[in-house]
Design a protein around this ligand. Structure first.
Ligand SMILES: C[S@@+](CC[C@H](N)C(=O)[O-])C[C@H]1O[C@@H](n2cnc3c(N)ncnc32)[C@H](O)[C@@H]1O
Length: 253
């Protein structure tokens, strides 16, 4: 019952957010994250032609369209009916073939070993990770990988901003902690988190997109140096792009 309530809350929140366009208005202030987004996009599009790819918690389509354009066989799922209606409408508008389903990411109806790649942005931190990792492991083909763009939960500045903007998030979401990577390690053969945005977080508070981009460039460069030279800072990153890999040899659903 508790689980069902949580899923209903997620569905209701996102149906409303996508129907009113609330999320698009927020996203335009996130120019700072261009570097992490580009890193994520490059990873999920690499050698993707002919591969079967699941976009997990796709929202209104997110990367599904560019993946299909790049020649992937795309399936997109989300718990929000509004998100899936919008994804289907956009795919039709762009003349792209893809399969779109309203589905719970923690209880997938796909067969074992269905996908070469599963990707998603801002989705893992909405889920019960034990249930989700189990499903991801099951539906990935041997040698397949999951690639996710997610917020981290340790930075005090970002956490204060989150506290001050409760309407932008669901009650149940939980930006990732190190223990979430450790749990992933019990399901996957390799867990590789990449970390982004520390000093560059300051750029996000500038309300002019062009100034934000100009400042974000050098600060993101400084962040790379800091994460390399002082690894204990990694957990204070705003964003992680995490790869969950299965090796062909050890894979069992
Ligand atoms: C922060 S939004 C991200 C949407 C999109 N990936 C993007 O980057 O714009 C989180 C998405 O996860 C979906 N979601 C939340 N819980 C889910 C679940 N249990 N199963 C499938 N989708 C879920 C929401 O409906 C929403 O579309």
């Amino acid at each position: 019952m508790k689980n069902k309530d949580r899923l209903d809350r997620e569905k209701e929140f996102h149906n409303e957010a996508f129907a009113t366009g609330k999320r698009k208005k927020v996203k335009k202030y996130y120019k700072t994250t261009d570097r992490s987004k580009n890193f994520y996009r490059d990873k999920i599009h690499k050698d993707v032609a002919g591969k079967s790819v699941l976009e997990y918690g796709c929202g209104p389509g997110s990367q599904a369209f560019s993946l299909a354009t790049a020649g992937a066989k795309v399936t997109a799922i989300d718990i929000s009916e509004v998100a899936i209606e919008q994804t289907k409408a956009e795919a039709e508008k762009q003349g792209l073939e893809m399969e779109c389903f309203v589905m719970d990411a923690e209880d997938l109806s796909f067969d074992d070993h269905s996908f070469d790649r599963v990707c998603g942005s801002g989705i893992l931190h909405h889920l019960d990770l034990d249930r989700c990792y189990k499903e991801l492991r099951r539906v990935l083909k041997p040698g397949g990988s999951g690639i996710f763009f997610e917020p981290m939960g340790y930075n005090p500045v970002i956490n204060l901003y989150r506290k001050m903007t409760p309407d932008l998030r669901t009650d149940d979401e939980h930006p990732l902690l190190n223990e979430d990577f450790e749990l992933a390690g019990t399901y996957f053969d390799e867990v590789n988190p990449h970390y982004f945005h520390l000093t560059s977080i300051a750029a996000s508070f500038i309300p002019v997109a062009s100034a934000q981009s100009a400042l974000a460039g050098p600060l993101n460069g400084l962040d790379s140096v800091l994460f390399k030279s002082l690894p204990f800072l990694k957990k204070y990153a705003w964003i992680t792009v995490v790869e969950l890999k299965t090796t062909a040899k050890n894979h069992s659903a």
